[in-house]
Write a protein that binds this ligand. Sequence first.
Ligand code: DGL
Length: 308
Amino acid sequence: MIQSTEPSWKKISRIGLFDSGVGGLSVLRSLVGRLEYNTEKEFVYIGDTLRCPYGNRPPRQVTTYVKQLTSWLLQFNLDAIVMACNTSAAVGKDELVSYSPVPVLDLMGPTAKFIKDRGVRRVGVMATAATARKKAFSQQINSLDPKILVNEIGCPLLVPVVEAGLADSQDAQDALKPYVKELLEADVEAIVYGCTHYPFLDSALKSVLSSMTAYPPLIIDPAECLANAISGKPANVGGPQPDAFFSCRFATTGDAETFAHNAGRCLKQNIGSVTTVTMNELTAAFVLRRLQKPVVPTPIQFAPEAVS
Ligand code: DGL
């Protein structure tokens, strides 16, 4: 939910985002899509590619990972953290809110509000196994209107497809088909991308839908719901500016080159250089934060070559 304690969008100048991999870049894309000028805000993004996917992991483990990523991000003097990973929010939002000294935002509250305001009565949510097991979206939606029928399903095949750089492939369509079939049989009016990786499957999903029904459901991207809610404005026409990602720093726990390549494919822009953060660095940030000692900042530079 957007809480009253959260600072206004205008006052947030530096935002940290995390995900298990490239999925959270769909959230970053929606946020930078609201900016007038690329210098207006700065973003720091970390994808935990080495330990991706999170969706099949035990909640306790995901919560620990999330605190490590947050500890690392907090080195950058942030005004807010965005949980650009719904699995993390489903299993660990409350714990992260108590852990983080800066406001923590997630996508579920704004999505539930959008669904209610739009008058959707039967909604399908495609999510990771962990999110679906928690019924995380269902709870948020039904807390606003218990009569909305929510069909929240786990789709474990999809994150590996996106992480493998196959989002626009026939494999992606094949992976999507059984999930889409299940939701169409439930006669849903709308499908929510309940995992931040899934907006990158948009063209594959639309092809599958057009081969299965003459009346495709509305597709809802929670990243857009959050970006609309916090910025108070719709996306710029044509999406983010060509050099929108110039004001972003990117890091991964996996291979930096692979991440940069896959991120470029997902965002359809060159994102420039990516830093690899080791497990030792993540653990150190976590432990030092617990000891309440300042963490020595990792030297990450803005990447001039990020301009495409
Ligand atoms: N992109 C994340 C989410 O929104 C995590 C996916 C995963 O690692 O399983 O749930």
